[in-house]
Design a protein around this ligand. Structure first.
Ligand SMILES: CC(C)(COP(=O)(O)OP(=O)(O)OC[C@H]1O[C@@H](n2cnc3c(N)ncnc32)[C@H](O)[C@@H]1OP(=O)(O)O)[C@@H](O)C(=O)NCCC(=O)NCCS
Length: 215
């Protein structure tokens, strides 16, 4: 796995050095939580104190196989607005995610969700930033990893990244009314319902009013 220095790497990579300091965002899951700081030279993986079982990293083209697997899984795409129709279409999405990393005007931050220990990529969380300083968030996990709390951990890590690195003022997320797992994730991560229609629920996390979103 690629190792990157700097605060971005500290937030995203498992090797990140951390100090024992309460973080309101990660504290949503309870217990003592540490705030990542710049990694020191020579740290190895076993010294990682990220409190969660997953970490986030940038996508690479080596993610192709698992990425296409879940993107073309009808069960994973059940509630998607525009389900991916083919492996080629899935691949095009991965190419775009990787290309965004080098974009000076980057707006899309789609990150691989990776299991500590095995370094297996189990899903994807993403946020798109608009010009008003708002973000729109989404998440997908491979089916084999549902129901273990991993998505909630990944979303909390991305919220922290959005607050600390992207300086987003509000984050929006929405789901189909029947998508109970996604709605539960939003609630567990501190989002509040602000509107709905026949088919969808719209949730929001506001930096000014929600302690879970403070950097
Ligand atoms: C949504 C998704 C990421 C959830 O992943 P996950 O790892 O299972 O999520 P978590 O385990 O962190 O949390 C799910 C929560 O929903 C709850 N839940 C799951 N199914 C539920 C249901 N049918 N009814 C009520 N609650 C449900 C779980 O019990 C858990 O809550 P808890 O921790 O209070 O028990 C995964 O199901 C997925 O990839 N779905 C397809 C893609 C998708 O719908 N993305 C969202 C688009 S808006």
């Amino acid at each position: 796995m690629e190792y990157r220095h700097g605060r971005d790497a500290a937030l995203l990579a498992p090797e990140a050095a951390v100090q024992s300091e309460a973080s309101p965002c990660l504290g949503m899951l309870g217990g003592r939580v540490r705030r990542p700081v710049r990694p020191a030279a020579g740290l190895c993986r076993t010294e990682c104190l990220n409190p969660f079982r997953v970490y986030l990293r940038e996508h690479t083209m080596a993610d192709c196989r698992p990425y296409c697997e879940w993107q073309t899984d009808p069960e994973v795409m059940k509630f998607a607005d525009k389900p991916v129709q083919s492996k080629e279409e899935a691949l095009a999405g991965l190419v775009e995610s990787v290309a965004q990393q080098a974009d000076g005007e980057r707006r899309k931050y789609f990150m691989a969700v990776v299991l500590k220990g095995s370094d297996e990529m189990i899903g994807d969380v993403g946020i798109t930033r608009n010009e008003r300083g708002f973000g729109d968030m989404g998440w997908f996990l491979r089916r084999a990893y549902w129901g273990k709390g991993y998505a909630t951990e990944a979303v909390l890590l991305l919220i922290q990244y959005a607050a600390e690195r992207l300086n987003l003022k509000k984050i929006f997320a929405s789901c189909h009314r029947a998508n109970k797992a996604s709605e539960r994730i939003m609630i567990k991560c501190g989002f509040t319902l602000f509107t709905s229609n026949e088919g969808r629920l719209y949730y929001m996390l506001d930096k000014n009013t929600r302690p879970a979103f403070q950097a």
